[in-house]
Design a protein around this ligand. Sequence first.
Ligand SMILES: [Ca+2]
Ligand SMILES: [Ca+2]
Length: 187
Amino acid sequence: MPLPQKAGCWTEWFDGDDPSGMGDQETLHNLREENLGKICPDPQGIEVMTTSGISMVAAGEMIAFADSTTGFICKNEDQPDKECFDYRVRFSYRSATDPVISWTEWFDRDNPSATGDWENTINLKKDYPGVICEIPLYVEAVTIDTMTPAMATGQNILIFNPTDGFVCRNADQQNQQCFDYKIDPKI
Ligand SMILES: [Ca+2]
Ligand SMILES: [Ca+2]
């Protein structure tokens, strides 16, 4: 079975199941539900290793699925010893040089309750590892309730660019209160 080795950005490793019962099932469907927002809608590749760090090929087991549509399934019944290893998986995405990419996901990681609404790239990358993997080429920001573009709200926005993301500080506003914004970085 070929291992997709697509260059680009990888999610973190996921180990959502262990091989008790039917086997080790790291399906995209289950991993998405357990890791909200951490796996993009359309991954291009999957990499599989045992939790002890052996590649899937080196492990040499009969694997039912290992693709970026289904995810990974190893069935205990397919193995001579009736037991799969415990595997972990990660997914890859197109690189920034791929022209067909388009994010449609909005990110809202912060609320303006403390010092402001911090939707900046550094924190977004921390909260959504692998999802925002390249420097976006442009970014949109709107209020979460009425979808009003940031520039139309009349608020003083401290940072609003594709590299750094978006920051609205409460202290910069006449009423000391930013709206709650969400941003959509596109690469
Ligand atoms: Ca596992
Ligand atoms: Ca926000």
